[in-house]
Structures are given as structure tokens and as C-alpha cells.
Design a protein around this ligand. Structure first.
Ligand SMILES: *Cc1c(COP(=O)(O)O)cnc(C)c1O
Length: 448
């Protein structure tokens, strides 16, 4: 059979509420045209993020009832630890309330002013947590990734030559760790090949530098390796993921992505002395090391989710459904970042709306219009989010896991193609109010 179906049926449903255009106009005015400030109950289809928005399975809900809420030594912690050890091989498994808490603890222990941390592309919280210690976060993406139209199989990797040069220029002793983000979220959700992970691991270990994965979407990355990298077609996603982790000395992980959990994170390492320092810090802000800021039932949901996410039927459906959205938009003439990533489709709003200059925010204009036209929430990834540092003016459509059906996605495609047909009518925006940091979350706009 050619048709790929959702590999689940629906037992519990959440109603969606349609709004009128007049309601949406009012909501937008009240929110200062910033979709972060729109109440979720006014959204029809929410593609703001794939983080913490997954639908949990019957097995996850059942496991939550088994949650052991003991302060210390919870059975739920030991169940999670066994699953993570089996998957990653890491000796120390430290739960945290989400991915950025793992980052803060890791970088607080390892980094100081004068240090440099290379990554293929730092996620925004990763960069912010490194910079908060006084260290410098350096992105080393592949040069070919700069071309948003080049449909290459593994655009998410690290430029290994640039890594070698960085180590030579700055000195090994100023680089406390090397990180690789799989898949490369800020780089369009593009995968990293096993060959690239191996190459980065080799360079790191030759210089005696610890090598960490930012493993948020490890399962989606494993599936791309199976589909696209010679030699892996017969491997199970579990075996591929296990090999990825075996090349690293530790990882940070947000369970809000590839563990289908609504909250949670992990910090893992093989270094005993480091783990001791990390657990000391954990107690200060997160909690005792067998719960790390989570309820016992959250640990259970993560343990089950980490096993479910590696099901080949799920991953085949997941990657196919994201590709489906990208393919139909591209065929309808909408410029998207190629090829489609694992968790999201990025529309190149700068190319779609060339009559709106960067300083009038083409991505924001498209985000507002998509909500006004069809009640869809997306997010600008461009000059609103990154100011002068923006490389492209993009609009991200992130796909929550196991939440929307194909007809929801067909509706999204139709809405975007209708907006695309009258794209010349869209106008820019100006910012009328903004905070000092991370302005995209709370700034207010006015249409021009
Ligand atoms: C989401 C994410 C994080 C941070 O995780 P949170 O759970 O949101 O704190 C870090 N790195 C990457 C690549 C992510 O996608």
C-alpha cells in the first residue's frame, strides 16, 4: 500500500473552536498583532511549536497512574533510568524540568568567561545559557546550508574543517565541550548524518574535548539516517539512535520533543566527577536527583514516550506528514526551505513577499494574515526574533506530534495557497512597543 496513515486511532478528542473574521480582527488588535499574545482558545490550528504539544498515548496515561511520587528514590525514576541507559548507554541520568534546565546546569559547571562552545547551530536557549556564563557560543553550520533552496540530504551537520580551525585558533583548553544539535532546529529541522556525528566525535576525542549531543529530536534524526544514509536501510531506529549516543560523552534533552511528554528534560553524562557537581546544582534549583523538578508521573510519561518514539511506523508517518505539507506548499508555488525538515516547514517569507522590506517584517505579515484568514497560528523566525542577526525572513509551521490529522494539514495547505494567491496585498508592520530581551514574545505591532 502506498497510502501512509496515522498509526493510531483517536480515543479522546479536544473540540476546535471556529471564530469569525471579525472576532479574529478584534483578537489581533488586542494582542498588538503578536500571536504569542493571542489566547489559545481563539486559535483553530496551532502550529506555533512542536514543544510540549504532543498527544500522549494510552500507554503513557496508564503509566502516569503508576507514578511513584516519593521524594527520594522513586520507582518511576529507576524505570526512566533503565530506559535511558538502555537507549543511550550514559551512566548518569539526571532529570530536569525541561531542556534548558539541563543546559543551565551543564554550562554552569563547564563554562566560564573566555571559553568557546562550538555547535552546528545553537538553539536560542542553548546560546543564551552559554552566554550567561560569559562564554561564547559559535555556530559552525555547513556552508551549503546557507542556500535555503538546495535540497541536500543532510544539511544540518557541522563544518568539521571549521571546527578544526576553531580549535587551532582558540586552543583546546578554551573549549570545554563541543555540541551537535540533532536535528538542527534553528537550521530548519535538517538532519545530521552519522558520518558527520562520527567526524565531530573523532575531532573532539583527538583533542580530549567532551562531545555532547543536544538530542531533542534524536529519533527523527535517526529516521533520516535510515532513509538517506547508505548502509543504514536495514537498521532499526533504536540501533541507529544507540549508535548516535555511543559516539558522545553526554547529552542534553528536552522531553517536550521526541519523548511525547508535555514537560521534562534530561542531562546525561559518563563523567562521575561532573555528575556529582551537576547533582549539587540540581538540588539548588530543580530538586532531588531522583525527580529533578518533575512529578513521578512525568518521569513515567517520558520513559514510555522514549520507547514509543522509535517505532518505525510512527517515524515513517511523522516524517511523511511533515514532507506532505512541504511538498504541497512547494507545488503550489510557495517558497519553502528545502528539503522539508523533520518537525516543521519553513516558508521563506522574504522571497514570497519581496515588496515588504526586512525592517517591515515580511514573516510577521504572513503570520498575521494566516491567522486572520484561517485561524492558524505560526511563528516568525526572522528580523522580529533575531533583529540585525537574522539570516532569512522565515515563517515556521511546527507540527505537534500525533495531534493533527491529514485533513487538518489539507486545510493549512489550502489556506496558505489562498494567501499566496493575493500576496501582493499584504503589508508590512512596525514595532510600537518592545522589551529589552527576546522581544518576539511580547512586543506589539501596528500595520503599515
Ligand atoms: C526545545 C529545545 C531546547 C530547549 O528545551 P526546552 O524543553 O524548551 O527548555 C534545546 N535545544 C533544542 C534543539 C530544542 O529544540
Amino acid at each position: 500500500m502506498k497510502t501512509i496513515i496515522e498509526p493510531f486511532r483517536i480515543k479522546s478528542v479536544e473540540p476546535l473552536r471556529h471564530t469569525t473574521r471579525e472576532e479574529r480582527e478584534r483578537v489581533l488588535r488586542e494582542a498588538g498583532y503578536n500571536l504569542f499574545l493571542v489566547p489559545a482558545s481563539d486559535i483553530l490550528i496551532d502550529l506555533l511549536t512542536d514543544s510540549g504539544t504532543s498527544a500522549m498515548s494510552t500507554e503513557q496515561w496508564a503509566a502516569m497512574m503508576r507514578g511513584d511520587e516519593s521524594y527520594a528514590g522513586s520507582e518511576s525514576y529507576f524505570r526512566l533510568k533503565r530506559v535511558v541507559e538502555n537507549l543511550t548507554g550514559f551512566r548518569h541520568v539526571i532529570p530536569t524540568h525541561q531542556g534548558r534546565a539541563a543546559e543551565r546546569i551543564l554550562f554552569t559547571v563547564l563554562c566560564k568567561p573566555g571559553h568557546v562552545v562550538p555547535n552546528n547551530t545553537h538553539f536560542d536557549t542553548t546560546r543564551a545559557n552559554i552566554e550567561f556564563t560569559g562564554a561564547e557560543a559559535v555556530d559552525l553550520p555547513l556552508p551549503e546550508a546557507a542556500d535555503t533552496q538546495a535540497a541536500l540530504p543532510f544539511k544540518g551537520g557541522m563544518d568539521v574543517g571549521a571546527l578544526e580551525r576553531l580549535i587551532e585558533e582558540r586552543g583546546r583548553e578554551r573549549i570545554p565541550l563541543i555540541m551537535l544539535t540533532v536535528t538542527n532546529n534553528s537550521g530548519g529541522g535538517q538532519p545530521v548524518s552519522m558520518a558527520n556525528i562520527e567526524a565531530v566525535s573523532r575531532v573532539a576525542h583527538r583533542h580530549g574535548i567532551p562531545f555532547y549531543l543536544d538530542a531533542c529530536r534524536f529519533a527523527e534524526n535517526a529516521w533520516f539516517i535510515r532513509e538517506r544514509e547508505p548502509g543504514y536501510a536495514d537498521w532499526s531506529p533504536f540501533d541507529i539512535a544507540r549508535k548516535m549516543f555511543s559516539l558522545a560523552d553526554g547529552c542534553t534533552f528536552s522531553a517536550k520533543k521526541d519523548a511525547f511528554a508535555n514537560i521534562g528534560g534530561l542531562l546525561c553524562t559518563n563523567d562521575d566527577a561532573l555528575a556529582r557537581q551537576e547533582k549539587d546544582l540540581l538540588i539548588l534549583t530543580e530538586g532531588f536527583p531522583t525527580y529533578g523538578g518533575l512529578a513521578g508521573r512525568d518521569l513515567e510519561a517520558i520513559a514510555v514516550g522514549l520507547q514509543e518514539v522509535l517505532d518505525p511506523d510512527y517515524l515513517r508517518y511523522r516524517i511523511a506528514s511533515t514532507t506532505y505539507l512541504g511538498k504541497h506548499l512547494a507545488e503550489g508555488g510557495v517558497p519553502i526551505v528545502q528539503p522539508p525538515g523533520g518537525h516543521a516547514i519553513y516558508i521563506n517569507a522574504g522571497r514570497m513577499l519581496p515588496h515588504i522590506p526586512r525592517h517591515e517584517f515580511p514573516g510577521q505579515s504572513l503570520a498575521v494574515e494566516l491567522f486572520l484568514h484561517a485561524g492558524i497560528r505560526s511563528v516568525e523566525i526572522g528580523s522580529v526574533m533575531f533583529g540585525e542577526h537574522a539570516r532569512n525572513e522565515l515563517l515556521r509551521l511546527a507540527i505537534p506530534r500525533r495531534v493533527y490529522t491529514q485533513s487538518h494539514i489539507d486545510y493549512v495547505v489550502e489556506a496558505i495557497l489562498e494567501v499566496n494567491a493575493r500576496r501582493h496585498e499584504l503589508r508590512g508592520y512596525r514595532i510600537v512597543e518592545q522589551p529589552e530581551f527576546l522581544r518576539h514574545f511580547s512586543c506589539r505591532f501596528e500595520p503599515l
